[in-house]
Design a binder for this molecule. Structure first.
Ligand code: BES
Ligand code: MN
Ligand code: ZN
Length: 500
């Protein structure tokens, strides 16, 4: 990873070196502390804005090198648009924009957390800080050669200047914890599959013990004893043994039913005997983005000491073709007792989730279960990369997820479940088959399949993140492939509704 910048908060004072970032609105207005610092340079800013046709639109910026009248090397003006309309997520993005404007060589930067009407609130200043952290992430662990002018000039220090420094620091604690969860999830998604195989994934999850999460690892023997024939069938063609990892954060009242998060962790998906075409197959190292999100979320909840009981359960396997791999036509028995005819070994994620969902509902009797999975190409056909597909058996949970998605910009779009689609997975030979038979409604038949493993009518939502978990688009707050999608969404859901 690129060295994370050192981020701190300080009072407004005239910076005399490095880069200074300031904000203005769409009237090119600055706050009083900013205007004071700009002083005689404000004429220069006005001229540059005119020459650049910079009008202060949200997310746009103006760059001045060696500005006359200032001691700093560079002045960056970032537009916020209409300053009275900014939501938390907008400030996170602006923090990302500000971070993105710092040249790699800059070792010292000051960001003035001020809007035209005055200092940003502590929460807003802290949002800027979180955005900067998310943006600064780069997965470059395996790059051994870097050009000299790419190299950062040592440790980067970023100071966010704000009105109430102590309050901003306090507000930043939780936001930094959440960011640490997002970055952990991104790391897991970005890691190559020869390094991150199921046992290694389980080891990385065990590192959460350091923040107070209890971690149990179920090996093949334990899962065999539990009867997890669906999950184990997927992993049987791999030289790497499967694992299930159970993580628990007990920050709520003793005895209070937990909230539960379940993740698909296919460390690599070749398709198995129903092997995938070669082009783009390398992307299937990210087929564990659901599990990565759950680990990142547990890290975030624990690091910010969330007042909630939460469990995270991830099924981790590798789907490989091999002499011992499962075949189309095989019938496996899941932990629930229901039998499944394997039609296509590439529809493996639902098999993993079947056992892990059943296990979670039975063992923990949670308030709700939310699973995340890079489950189907069909959801990408339906929704592209902007929304994740959401399926739910509960309107309240669905509504809450929808709102948390709007607030964090990790958006979900509800898709239908119905007996008509459910019938499509009935099998001639077993209780059900693992595909719908045709490609039509492929994301829905997958969701119907996993719904059959939601025990005891537990409130449940399934998020198909095939389009959002690995994001080839880059954004203001993420430049890496792994997006860490879902950590901020689910943290927000918990914070809004399940902490007392
Ligand atoms: N992991 C894939 C889904 C996927 C595709 C995720 C592209 C991310 C990007 C999943 O295991 C899969 O192979 N699904 C099949 C199901 C089909 C065989 C019924 C699919 O979507 O084609
Ligand atoms: Mn597959
Ligand atoms: Zn898969």
């Amino acid at each position: 990873m690129a060295d994370a910048p050192k981020l701190g908060f300080g009072p407004f004072s005239a910076p005399n070196r490095g880069v200074v970032v300031v904000f203005c609105d769409d009237g090119l207005k600055f706050g009083p502390a900013t205007a004071k610092v700009l002083g005689s340079a404000s004429g220069l800013v006005a001229r540059a804005a005119k020459a650049e046709r910079f009008t202060g639109k949200n997310g746009k910026s103006l760059d001045l090198i060696m500005p006359e009248g200032l001691k700093v090397d560079r002045l960056v003006v970032v537009g916020v648009g209409n300053a009275s309309e900014l939501k938390s997520q907008d400030l996170v993005k602006l923090g990302g924009v500000a971070m993105g404007k710092l040249p790699g060589s800059a070792s010292e930067a000051t960001v003035f957390a001020e809007l035209p009407k005055g200092a940003m609130t502590a929460g807003q200043a802290a949002d800027i800080g979180q955005g900067a952290q998310l943006r600064a992430y780069a997965f470059d662990r395996y790059k051994t050669k870097r050009k000299d002018d790419d190299k950062p000039a040592g440790k980067r220090n970023i100071t966010i200047a704000t009105g109430d420094v102590a309050a901003a620091r306090k507000a930043f604690v939780a936001r930094e914890a959440i960011a640490s969860g997002v970055l952990l999830a991104r790391d897991l998604v970005n890691e190559p599959p020869n390094i991150l195989y199921p046992e290694e994934f389980a080891r990385r999850a065990q590192a959460l013990k350091s923040v107070g999460v209890k971690v149990e690892v179920l090996d093949v023997k334990a899962m065999t004893k539990l009867g997890m024939g669906a999950l184990l069938g997927v992993g049987q063609g791999s030289r790497r043994d499967s694992r299930t990892v159970v993580m628990r954060w007990d920050g709520g009242k003793k005895g209070d039913a937990p909230v539960a998060f379940i993740g698909k962790g296919v460390c690599f998906d070749t398709g198995g005997i129903s092997i995938k075409p070669g082009a783009g197959m390398e992307d299937m190292k990210g087929d564990m983005a659901g599990a990565a999100c759950v680990v990142g979320l547990m890290q975030a909840l624990a690091a910010r000491k969330a007042k909630v009981n939460a469990v995270g359960v991830i099924g981790i396997v590798e789907n490989m073709p091999d002499g011992n791999a499962q075949r189309p036509g095989d019938i496996v028995t899941s932990m629930s007792g229901q039998t499944i005819e394997i039609i296509n070994t590439d529809a493996e994620g639902r098999l993993v989730l079947a056992d892990v969902l059943w296990y979670t509902a039975k063992r923990f009797k949670p308030k709700f279960m939310i699973d995340l999975a890079t489950l189907t190409g069909a959801i990408i056909v339906a929704l592209g990369q902007e929304y994740a597909g959401m399926f739910a058996n509960n309107d309240e949970l669905s509504h809450r997820l929808h709102l948390a998605g709007e607030a964090t910009d990790e958006k979900v779009w509800r898709m239908p479940l119905s007996p008509f689609y459910d019938k499509m997975i009935d099998s001639k030979f077993a209780d059900m088959k693992n595909t719908g038979g045709s490609r039509w409604g492929g994301a829905i038949t997958a969701a119907q399949f996993i719904q059959r493993f939601v025990a005891d009518k537990t409130p449940w939502a399934h998020l198909d993140i095939a389009g959002t978990g690995m994001d080839s688009r880059s954004s203001d707050i993420n430049k890496s492939w792994g997006s860490g999608w879902g950590v901020r969404l689910l943290d927000r859901l918990v914070a809004e509704h399940y902490e007392k």
